[in-house]
Design a protein around this ligand. Structure first.
Ligand code: ADP
Ligand code: MG
Length: 616
């Protein structure tokens, strides 16, 4: 029942949405359609929406007797009492949109409810009812807006070009189509269908339909208590936040709280830019305030910390998946089908097993077992462990394969049926050494992917965590060196460096001013060799010219120092050093990125490689 809100409640509602562009009108109409339970929404525009907008839905419709009431200010069927304001579950609630739109346009509404055989056609010009007549119509509502702002020349002047206004509308409908994947959306511009979605409820399908680029084809699912959605691996970023869509209880919002949770979850794995993220947050309406912004674009989380932690935990968990390792080949590919999977399983279980139990093939072994075995001089291990390893893998795949099939009626072969991607945790234990190229990149392989490690980035990460851990654990006793080492520096470094010794002491260096432009090191922390320590101290002192010696700055310096002291690309490592490096990396808190956020390793799936050779 559409009723005019009493003044007391109406005054509690934040200043109403201003219809300032065609897109603001479209937004209100589409939200009304969603609130009316539509399963299908068609949006048609001409002249960027300036000359013509039509929104057609198959929702509840409006009873003929209430049609005119809907256009009164503060007339709404969605809230009635003041307590409702604390518990808003609909997109609209102010009862102002239709009134505001009608006031600045020539508007026609045709609507019918399922209960009545005929509907009503209502026409308004500048908010004034021109005609109200019975009309044949489908159940649902169609609203046509012509010549928006025809009676407000000032607003008309501020509209952009047709192309600009039109794009804003298309972008809006794209966002709704993703958020409401269970609703069929169709976008028509100047008589041409721009896109349409299936409305089958598959969010990822809607995302890839709207954004048909490789970056969106590789999104990783995230799930938390309040959040679910899809995010990109940390190597796939955009220059702006445009790739980030946040929906809170079905409403597109911008939110620093969500941004913060996201950033925390990626935890320093972003080198530059903003990852792609389509996140749906469900929160109890009592815990959010949507009534703070006229466009409802900003909302307030009353339990912001809970939301931040939930998002960051969900993103962090997703970052531990194989798919979160930045891709080495960035080309769009079709999603895996179960027939692909079936092939993979047979490939692993039959061919590879046969090969590995066979003859001269150098047999490889998971690196975790190969490393730290003193007698292991090379990467060869026992065949049994390889077989065991492969069998485990193929068992794994069988299980996943079965799960994928369980939903299907018996007797149905799941050919061409799309299997939802099933992320698997990335495990260092699964890696087998596969080679070393350009004296820089270490290759490791699993059953279905090759991982390429950058020795410099990896070493930087290892050093960094060592330095940070040492720095933050207070008890760092220097190990005395046999012959104290003096470091001579230029006068400027000497004078600034003298002020910078305290953090070094905390890290476990016994270092002091030795006068005349020099320092003396009498002890070094147990976690570095003497040579490393001297390198580190020198580069530390040389970078010590800025005066902010406080904690966070020290961490920044540690980043710089770990970078300087780490082995460089092109410095050839022995197999033993490689193994040590990968193992140390595996033990890091965040093995995936160097302290600057560059990836320490990337992933090339067998599938990507086969695609490159046109085998798939
Ligand atoms: P609000 O959405 O804030 O309630 P509006 O001015 O947008 O205010 O709409 C007023 C009322 O008109 C709504 O509360 C609803 O009852 C009715 N209405 C508007 N659009 C539709 C639609 N597409 N289908 C069914 N009812 C609608
Ligand atoms: Mg509304």
């Amino acid at each position: 029942m559409i009723k005019v809100l009493d003044k007391f409640i109406a005054d509690k509602i934040a200043a109403g949405e201003v219809i300032e562009r065609p897109v603001s009108a479209v937004k209100e109409l589409v939200e009304n359609s969603i609130d009316a339970g539509a399963r299908s929404i068609i949006v048609e525009i001409r002249g960027g929406g300036k000359s013509y907008i039509r929104v057609t839905d198959d929702g509840s419709g409006i009873p003929a007797a209430e049609a005119e009431t809907a256009f009164l200010r503060h007339a709404t069927s969605k809230i009635s009492g003041i307590t409702d304001l604390d518990n808003i579950t609909s997109l609209g609630f102010r009862g102002e949109a239709l009134a505001s739109i009608a006031a600045v346009s020539k508007l026609t509404m045709v609507t019918r409810t399922a209960e009545t055989p005929a509907g009503v056609r209502l026409m308004l010009h500048g908010g004034r009812v021109i005609s109200n007549e019975t009309a044949g119509a489908n159940t649902g509502t169609t609203i046509v807006i012509e010549d928006i702002f025809y009676n407000t020349p000032a607003r008309r002047k501020f509209m952009g070009s047709d192309a600009r206004e039109g794009s804003a509308i298309i972008e809006l409908i794209e966002q709704y189509a993703i958020c409401y994947s269970e609703i069929r959306f169709m976008m028509i511009r100047n008589g041409e269908t721009i896109f349409s979605t299936s409305g089958n409820g598959d969010t990822l399908a809607a995302i890839t339909k709207i954004y048909p680029d490789p970056d969106h084809a590789h999104l990783i699912p995230v799930t938390g208590d309040h959040v679910h959605g899809y995010i990109s691996d940390p190597g796939t970023t955009r220059n702006t936040r445009k790739g980030q869509l946040f929906f809170v209880n079905g409403r597109l919002v911008s939110s620093q709280v969500i941004e913060k949770g996201l950033e925390k979850g990626y935890g320093g794995r972003i080198f530059s830019g903003f990852p792609i993220a389509v996140l749906f947050i469900e929160a109890s309406p009592i815990d959010i305030d949507v009534n703070i912004h006229p466009g409802k674009r900003e909302i307030k989380f009353l339990k912001a910390d809970e939301i931040i932690n939930d998002i960051s935990a969900a993103v962090e968990a997703a970052m531990k998946m194989q798919e979160a390792v930045p891709a080495g080949i960035k080309e769009g590919h079709k999603p895996l089908t179960s027939s692909d999977l079936a092939e993979d399983v047979s490939y692993i279980s039959e061919r590879t097993l046969a090969e590995s139990s066979g003859r001269e093939e150098p047999v490889q072994k998971p690196v975790s077992q190969a490393v730290y075995t003193p007698q292991a001089e090379s990467f060869s291990g026992e065949q049994s462990s390889v077989r065991e390893y492969l069998m485990n893998l193929s068992r794994d795949d069988d299980r996943a394969h079965q799960t994928a099939q369980t939903d299907l009626p018996s007797g149905t072969r799941p050919v061409h049926q799309e299997v939802p991607s099933r992320p698997r945790p990335f495990e260092f234990d699964d890696l087998m050494y596969a080679g070393y190229i350009f004296n820089t990149y270490i290759l490791m392989q699993t059953a279905d992917a090759v991982y390429m490690f950058d020795q410099h980035a990896a070493h930087e990460r290892v050093y960094y965590e060592k330095f940070v851990n040492a720095y933050s654990s207070s008890e760092q006793l220097p190990q005395p060196v046999l012959t104290p080492v003096t470091i001579n520096v230029s006068a400027d470094v000497y004078y600034t460096g003298r002020e910078m010794l305290e953090p070094l002491h905390r890290m476990g260096f016994d270092i002091s001013d030795f006068g005349a432009g020099s320092f003396i090191i009498r002890g070094v922390p147990s976690y570095v060799t003497q040579a490393e320590a001297v390198d580190f101290v020198r580069s530390y002192l040389e970078g010590a010219d800025d005066t902010d010696a406080k904690n966070s700055k020290v961490i920044d310096k540690l980043i710089m120092k770990s970078c300087k002291s780490a082995i460089k690309g092109g410095e050839k490592l022995s197999e033993l050093e490689i193994r040590k490096l990968i193992n140390e990396l595996a033990m890091c808190d965040n093995p995936y990125a160097c302290p600057h956020g560059r990836p320490t390793f990337i992933r090339l799936t067998k599938y990507d490689i086969e695609r490159s050779f046109r085998r798939k």
